[in-house]
Design a protein around this ligand. Structure first.
Ligand SMILES: Nc1ccn([C@@H]2O[C@H](COP(=O)(O)OP(=O)(O)OP(=O)(O)O)[C@@H](O)[C@H]2O)c(=O)n1
Ligand SMILES: C[C@](O)(CO)[C@H](O)COP(=O)(O)O
Length: 224
């Protein structure tokens, strides 16, 4: 198996509200995107493509290792991954791809290993997940609770998500232009591909709002 990695880092991080794109925000003195690249490389995935905002090419090139390929992303995560796949399609020997969020900087490489193991065992798509621990409800437009969901069947989905490369390329080809999905597993599911789950890790939490970054700094302090 020859795996390549995509790190989606072209988002702006509106909900974090920092003074720069989220992937460039420092955690423990290093940009989030550098941590995410390390997660893949620590698991043996050496060939990595990073999607970045067009306006920040130089800033990303300054902080990323020289052998990481940088690709301009799109206005949505779906568009950014599409752009990275277009760059990967010309690569050659890779048969497996991992798509990871720059916004999940402290993902242990064990998670990558579990995803790769599921693919090696024959899955065409594998995602790390965690159980939902809170009572989870739906609400109407007025915020009134309309139903309590059956929690046992719910999972929180993390990254990296792993795919047979041909499967992900085909699924993105089939996805109509303009359809935006929140993750790559949804793209392959839309193409009818079954998605296997493996155990995620709380440390792979996504940095979305300022509190998440503060938690990540604490996590780093506790592990170092
Ligand atoms: N156009 C986009 C949007 C998102 N992403 C990436 O997808 C990951 C998950 O997205 P999210 O955490 O929602 O990041 P943002 O879109 O930047 O956040 P926000 O919605 O708060 O602006 C991030 O690593 C982000 O950089 C991307 O590559 N291209
Ligand atoms: C891909 C993802 O991290 C899976 O949980 C997530 O969907 C991306 O976050 P977004 O806020 O939906 O862009």
């Amino acid at each position: 198996m020859h795996a390549v990695g995509i790190v989606a880092a072209a988002g702006s991080g509106l909900r974090l509200g920092a003074d720069r794109p989220k992937a460039l925000v420092p955690l423990g003195g290093r940009p989030l995107v550098c941590w995410a690249v390390d997660t893949l490389r620590d698991a043996g995935v050496a060939d990595v493509v990073v999607t970045v905002p067009a306006s920040e090419l130089r800033a990303f090139a300054t902080v990323l290792p020289a052998d990481v390929r940088i690709v301009v992303g799109g206005d949505t995560r779906t568009a950014s991954v599409r752009a990275a796949l277009a760059a990967l399609a010309v690569v050659g020997t890779a048969d497996t791809v991992l798509v990871h969020d720059a916004a999940r900087p402290l993902t242990p490489s064990d998670v990558v290993t579990r995803v790769l193991a599921a693919l090696a065992a024959g899955a065409r798509a594998a995602v790390p997940v965690l159980p939902v621990v809170d009572t989870t409800v739906t609400v109407d437009d007025d915020g009134l609770v309309t139903a309590t969901l059956e929690r046992a069947a719910l999972r929180r989905v993390q990254t990296p998500q792993g795919f047979a490369l041909a499967t992900l390329l085909d699924a993105y080809d089939l996805l109509p232009a303009g359809v935006e999905l929140t993750d790559d597993a949804a793209v392959v599911r839309a193409a009818g591909v079954p998605v296997v789950t493996v155990a995620g890790d709380e440390r792979a939490a996504k940095v979305t709002v300022a509190h998440d970054l503060a938690v990540a700094e604490l996590q780093l302090g506790g592990s170092g």
